[in-house]
Design a protein around this ligand. Structure first.
Ligand SMILES: [Zn+2]
Length: 187
């Protein structure tokens, strides 16, 4: 299922993924991984054309997306009778993030008005700080301003909007912090 201009987020996400990789920070990929009779498909009375059917090309990551070796891939929407817009829904994503001691997540991908929004809200509910990468997301916009409304809602709930360049700068600072030799304080 195509999201209009969805491909434009890939190089920007790759930049952020690169920065996280260099800083040895954990990266999680979530994906729809539906059975062929998933309830969200129009043939089953759902909203969407069939998409992301597990083990088919439609469920693969974008060929240009940089998925580092050993990255954690979390599949969602794997049960025929359950929808999962959020990467946290019916998965062990929260447990896996918390196992890394991360307190903050940077979030990008598709689509703003469904999976990005619900994943951001669940991350906030899990007690994480959330930064949505505003230039690394694109919406479906079944109604004209769905993406705008989604972003307004996640910000009202406490998420922050940042750009991919902001993220790279912030992550570089984490690197410096970790690589600085500890010196005794003079005062
Ligand atoms: Zn889906």
């Amino acid at each position: 299922m195509a999201v209009k201009e969805g491909g434009v987020v890939v190089p920007r996400l790759n930049m952020v993924i690169g920065a996280f990789t260099r800083a040895s920070l954990p990266i999680f990929f979530t994906r729809d991984w539906h059975p062929p009779n998933h309830m969200s498909f129009m043939g089953q009375g759902g909203t969407w054309p069939p998409h992301c059917v597990k083990e088919t090309p439609g469920a693969e990551f974008h060929p240009k997306l940089r998925v580092p070796q050993g990255a954690v891939v979390v599949s969602k929407g794997t049960e025929a009778d359950r929808e999962a817009y959020s990467g946290f829904q019916g998965t062990d994503l929260e447990k896996r993030i918390k196992a890394t001691k991360a307190r903050e997540v940077f979030l990008g991908g598709l689509a703003t008005d469904y999976c990005v929004k619900e994943t951001a809200l669940d991350a906030l509910d899990a007690g994480l700080k959330v930064k949505v990468l505003e230039d690394c997301i694109r919406g479906v916009n079944l109604r004209e301003n769905d993406s705008g409304l989604a972003l307004r809602e996640v910000v009202a709930r406490g998420a922050e909007l940042v750009t991919s360049s902001d993220a790279v700068r912030l992550v570089a600072r984490v690197r410096e912090f970790h690589s600085k030799p500890r010196r005794p304080r003079l005062r």
